[in-house]
Design a protein around this ligand. Structure first.
Ligand code: KG4
Ligand code: ZN
Length: 353
């Protein structure tokens, strides 16, 4: 079974063909991603109108390239999947409409995919992880701990009450005049900094539940910059980045530990701790999670960076997981700028929520 997957919810346009093998494993036949970072860099963040236009301009080419690289004609596909949300409405409409049009023209089954579900199921494509498992989703738009119990069966265990972690990295980078996107820049600067120079807060540490809060930490960084009373010098930047990253690492470690405990109480032992989203590329965070994995005896799975950030293969794979269970969607499935994952579990299978 082969499915084409289309992603356009944020600033990556992507198309991919993934094949489901008879033994249940997945193979990525093509995975075309066009990042719009260059288009948005001058604005220090994603501009929705620019994103939507860029998706329109490139998506057709990407779909054609994804089919070419897979060595397939459209008629050889078994279905089409497109991300239907959550995300920037203009971009979502572009990908969703393209997916529907292709499916309709070729009389193929269509799957409207929740972008978060696609992140959640990626570890089954890359590592064949069995249900149930705990997902830590950390990106520019999302920070959530989710119990993944089956396809369409998700329970949110924790989430940020304000900023997403990637967003906090990006905002700190902006305060320090580092280029967008800031996460990788902050990590690089932190390597030469001293994390003990600035005493930053660890919001929510040891609180009941498994929620996150990042805005106080971000504000604390701003206050430290003001307190310096000068434009931060390179060593100030390095020390601030190191101190900020150390605080984030502590928060993620504590909240994920709490998440694992809540998971066990509700669903028994998890098969794995799975990490997804662009922030999963951060090595300091990776090391902390690896220590947590050793301490708790829960296997850690971090898909390769290209499959942690937004991509089409994750949409195609989620489409395959749904198609094989007969969970297809109708052509009137509307784009959803907001679409919490637990609500996705309650949708009827014809897509009318
Ligand atoms: O998943 P993603 O590519 O896009 C969405 O947000 O959906 O994640 C991008 C986010 C950005 O906020 C970026 O700064 C952050 O992930 N990021 C990182 C690192 N690489 C990317 N944050 C911290 N450390 C990194 N190495
Ligand atoms: Zn994403």
């Amino acid at each position: 079974m082969r499915v084409l997957g289309i992603e356009s919810t944020c600033d990556e346009t992507a198309a991919s063909v993934v094949e489901l093998r008879p033994n249940g494993s997945g193979a990525i036949l093509s995975n075309e991603v066009h990042s719009q970072i260059a288009e948005h860099a001058a604005y220090g963040g994603v501009v929705p109108e620019i994103a939507a236009r860029a998706h329109v301009e490139i998506l057709d080419h990407l779909v054609r390239r994804a089919l070419d690289k897979a060595g397939l004609r459209f008629s050889q596909l078994d279905g089409v999947a497109a991300a239907a949300g959550p995300g920037l409405i203009g971009g979502v409409m572009v990908g969703l409409t393209t997916g529907k049009a292709l499916a309709l023209a070729g009389a193929k089954p269509f799957m409207a995919i929740n972008h978060l579900e696609a992140h959640a199921l990626t570890a089954r494509l890359t590592d064949g992880v069995d249900f149930p498992y705990l997902l830590l989703l950390v990106s520019g738009g999302h920070t959530q701990l989710i119990a993944v119990r089956g396809v369409g069966e998700y329970t949110r265990i924790g989430a940020t009450v304000d900023d997403a972690i990637g967003e906090a990295f990006d905002k700190v980078a902006k305060m320090l005049n580092l280029p967008y996107p800031g996460g990788p820049q902050v990590e690089r600067a932190a390597q030469t900094g001293d994390p003990t120079i600035f005493d930053l807060p660890r919001p929510m540490l040891r609180r009941p539940g498994a929620d996150f809060s990042l805005s106080g930490l971000k504000t604390a960084v701003r206050l430290e910059i003001q307190r310096l009373g000068r434009t931060p010098r390179p060593n100030d930047v390095a020390d601030l980045c190191a101190s900020f990253q150390a605080a984030v690492v502590d928060v993620i470690g504590d909240r994920t530990r709490a998440g694992l405990r809540l998971f066990r109480e509700q669903f028994g032992p998890p098969q794995a701790l799975v990490v997804a989203g662009g922030v999963a590329a951060n090595q300091a965070i990776g090391h902390a999670l690896s220590r947590l994995s050793t301490q708790t005896g829960v296997k850690l799975v971090i898909p390769p960076p290209g499959l942690c950030t937004d991509n089409g293969a994750m949409i195609a794979w989620a489409g395959l997981e749904r198609l094989r269970l007969g969970m297809t969607d109708a052509m009137d499935f509307a784009p959803r700028p907001r679409w919490p994952l637990d609500a996705g579990a309650q949708r009827s299978h014809n897509g009318k929520a």
